[in-house]
Design a binder for this molecule. Sequence first.
Ligand code: THU
Length: 131
Amino acid sequence: MFEQLVIAAKSAYAKAYAPYSKFRVGAAALTLDNSIIKGCNVENASYGLTVCAERNCIAQGVINGQQRFSELVVYTEEENLTPPCGACRQVIVEFMAQDANVYAVNHLGNVKQWSVSDLLPDAFTPDYLNK
Ligand code: THU
C-alpha cells in the first residue's frame, strides 16, 4: 500500500501548479476504506493564497466524503526530503490519529517517517472544543 501511495503522490506532483516557487509537491493519503486521495500544491499570483499539497489532499478527501486518513505521503524531487509545513501539521492533526504515519519521499527513493504526534506534539485538537 505504501508503494501505491508513493505512485499516487508522484502523479499528484506532476499536476502541481507552482509557477512562482517552481517547488512542486504531491501528496497522497490513505482513507480508512483503503482508497487513495491525491493533492498537489496550488500557488497564486497573490502569493499568500498558495495552498500546500497536503492541505489540498486532505480537502479533496473531505470533498469525497472521507474525513479520516491512516497514512499520508509527501512527494518531492528534492534531495532534501520535504516535511509538512506548520499550517499543514495543524490540518493533519485534525484528520489523522496521533499515531498515524506521515512519510516524506523523493525520486531517489529516500524516505523519512514521522507519527502525527512527532510532527505536532501537544497539538490543539478538536477535543479541546468538544467538551
Ligand atoms: N509546499 C507544499 O505544498 N508542502 C510542503 O510541505 C511544503 C511547501 C509548497 C507551498 C509552495 O507552493 C511551495 O511548496 C514552496 O513553499
